[in-house]
Design a protein around this ligand. Structure first.
Ligand code: COA
Length: 217
């Protein structure tokens, strides 16, 4: 199993895996309001891939992060969605993707991660409800599922207010006739973000259905 940064070629397989995992109505969830028209943090969007019996690369997992703003002035990143191919769940891939991406986030200087998800799963990575007690989300969410993680001790202390969308990235250069695949934002922590349209693009890579030849962990 390899963990690498997501590329446009993975996009179609990721969409399929997310639809299979969360259903086609996933876009109506509150967290999608925070992702609307905002590109994911490209440096933190990873895929787990493996090789099937025919030697083809298959997608076995995806994790993405989006930039968000807390209380109007504190930058943070939001973990999710994360999904692992159904036939490979509980094999450690999800944990590896989360730990790998959190280490990358820390190395890149991010200070705060939030998410909406199953608390019994995320507690093992250090996420907890207490650090986001002063924050609200812009839509209905079960409060028990809203959690945060301080990558820098105390980074969430005293932070209150609404979780909002980060400003859409500004393109630094634009070549007429060419669609940019990467944009540079004015916010240094989000210096490498994906063009949201690139996420939709890409050729098809299959999602794993069979057990890969090599062990997944
Ligand atoms: C949730 C998910 C990403 C975890 O990835 P994974 O590779 O299956 O998980 P890991 O192998 O790292 O960890 C397995 C452990 O997590 C537990 N676990 C998995 N999903 C869980 C959940 N939703 N809630 C609580 N515990 C969970 C398993 O019971 C197992 O526990 P154990 O180690 O005590 O046996 C994966 O199961 C998945 O894609 N689920 C469907 C999509 C989804 O629900 N994603 C987001 C969840 S908020």
């Amino acid at each position: 199993m390899n963990i690498t940064l997501e590329q446009p070629v993975h996009a179609a397989a990721i969409e399929k895996l997310l639809d299979n995992s969360f259903g086609p109505k996933r876009h109506t969830k509150t967290v999608y309001r925070l992702r609307k028209n905002v590109a994911p943090v490209a440096d933190l969007c990873f895929v787990a891939t493996d090789t099937d019996e025919d030697g083809n690369e298959v997608l076995v997992g995806t994790i993405r992060y989006w930039p968000v703003m807390l209380g109007g002035n504190v930058q943070a990143i939001m973990l999710g969605p994360i999904a692992i191919a159904e036939n490979l769940r509980s094999g450690g891939i999800g944990g590896k993707l989360i730990r790998h991406s959190l280490e990358a986030a820390k190395a890149l200087g991010h200070r705060v991660v939030i998410l909406v998800g199953d608390a019994p799963y995320y507690v093992r990575f250090g996420f907890n409800r207490e650090v986001v007690a002063g924050l609200s989300l812009p839509g209905p969410v079960d409060p028990a599922r809203f959690q945060g993680l301080e990558l820098v001790d105390g980074a969430l202390s005293g932070v209150t207010g609404m979780v909002g969308r980060a400003a859409p990235p500004k393109t630094r250069t634009a070549t007429p006739g060419l669609r940019p695949v990467a944009k540079v934002t004015t916010l240094p922590l989000f210096a490498a973000v994906m063009d949201a349209s690139a996420v939709e693009a890409g050729t098809e890579l299959p999602v794993s259905r069979r057990r890969p030849r090599r062990a997944a962990r």
